[in-house]
Design a protein around this ligand. Structure first.
Ligand code: GLA
Length: 396
């Protein structure tokens, strides 16, 4: 499948620029096992890069400062001058790239002209972080071809900054970090406060990670994501005022939160309560994963869904239906919505020998209920962004 993506991207480059590309890069999407909405709240998350990618075919300009992109899947071009200051534009996909460029330019680094064609196997608006792959892929290309000496963390942070400044989504660092730091067959336990991270085996003997795509599309620019962040900030302000000795949000206890309940109001309280419980759940999940206790991990995933749906309120009818029906099935250890929410995918931990049977059943029920054909992705946990140099580096 990656080979097909690479060939298609190369062909798109030739069609757009009438010459051969000199470099190919692959930037992956991500899954998240557990730890939702805690990445902008001093929490821990457990994401991994997957074998769905944006592929970039690239050629450096010799005597031009212009960067030209061809978005092959949209059949659209966009250009800008690398010697000029950039501002957000109307074409939304271009803002992810311009924001990256702007952050690099503001750091005092110099780049030059490029021709880039890109194409993707990461479905857009499905909660698999196609935007982080786009941002970090471009940061990685600039870093490699202009020898900018950015660290991997800096590239992830530049991707996040692009979302904040040029796209308008106040996201956390999880998606960009996973796209850059992914490792084959490993999940990343990331401390979103310090960016310390550790890798754990993703494989649970006899079980598979399966994604169900509700095909309900979302963009976090309008989804309610930024509102959730505002609710939480309100709650945090009250907590920090009452307990100034506590530095990090994750160090507040539920008892402290309780004491602030009246002052912060019902909505910030319920959001913060979900978050404090979720941060603890991730620590328990890592323990369960490292001790190969899949049942416990599944139980925690189910709890997360409950919190996301009822307390953080970022699920939707379709996803709730998918998750609740999946949880009822024998052979399912855990099911929950994944990512920012308001649509997108659920992530499910299912016994390997039950996957076919269960996906068939859920797919039919979903079709009957909503008249939507859900999509099923059996993803492999893969390496992070890389320059593609030979077929050996590509899985399947
Ligand atoms: C989106 C954001 C991430 C994170 C998740 C929810 O994917 O981009 O930073 O907040 O939602 O966990």
């Amino acid at each position: 499948m990656q080979r097909k993506l690479i060939e298609n991207t190369k062909a798109a480059f030739r069609k757009a620029f009438h010459t051969e590309p000199e470099h190919l890069f692959l930037a992956p999407g991500r899954v998240n096992i557990i730890g939702e909405h805690v990445d902008y709240n001093d929490g821990f998350v457990l994401p991994a890069a997957i074998d769905k990618y944006i592929c970039f075919a690239v050629k450096k300009e010799n005597d031009s400062d212009i960067c030209t992109f061809f978005a092959a899947d949209l059949d659209q071009f966009f250009s800008f001058n690398t010697k000029e200051k950039q501002v957000p534009v109307e074409k939304q996909w271009a803002n992810y790239l311009l924001g990256v460029f702007n952050a690099i330019q503001e750091s005092g680094r110099d780049t030059g002209g490029l021709r880039i064609a890109f194409s993707s196997t990461i479905p857009m608006g499905s909660g698999l972080s196609s935007s982080a792959a786009l941002e970090c892929g471009f940061a990685y290309i600039l870093n490699t071809l202009f020898d900018l000496r950015l660290s991997k963390s800096e590239m992830a942070l530049i991707g996040q900054k692009s979302e904040h400044t040029f796209v308008g989504v106040n996201c956390g660092i999880m998606d960009q970090f996973a796209s850059v730091f992914g490792k084959e067959n490993k999940v990343i336990m990331l401390d979103c406060n310090s960016l310390d991270h550790h890798y754990y085996d993703a494989k649970l003997e006899g079980y598979a990670w399966v994604l169900f795509d509700s095909c309900v599309k979302h963009t976090h620019l309008t989804s309610g994501y930024n509102d959730r962040r505002r609710d939480v900030d309100k709650g945090k302000e009250v907590l920090h005022k009452k307990f100034p000795q506590v530095q990090k949000f994750r160090d507040f206890t539920l008892a402290m939160l309780e004491e602030c309940r009246e002052d912060m109001g019902a909505v910030p309280y319920i959001r913060c309560r979900y978050l404090l419980k979720e941060i603890r759940r991730v620590e328990q999940a890592v323990q369960a994963l490292s001790e190969s206790r899949p049942e416990e991990l599944g139980r925690l995933m189910n709890e997360t869904h409950n919190g996301l749906s009822r307390e953080f309120e970022v699920s939707c009818e379709e996803i709730d239906f998918l998750v609740e029906e999946t949880q009822k099935e024998k052979g399912v250890l855990g099911a929950r919505m994944m990512g920012g929410g308001f649509g997108g995918c659920s992530i499910n931990l299912i016994r390997e020998d039950s996957v076919e049977d269960i996906t068939g059943k859920i797919s039919k029920k979903y079709q009957d209920r909503f008249n939507i054909q859900m999509k099923i992705y059996s993803v492999k946990i893969s390496d992070g962004i890389q320059e593609y140099t030979s077929d050996e580096h590509i899985q399947s």
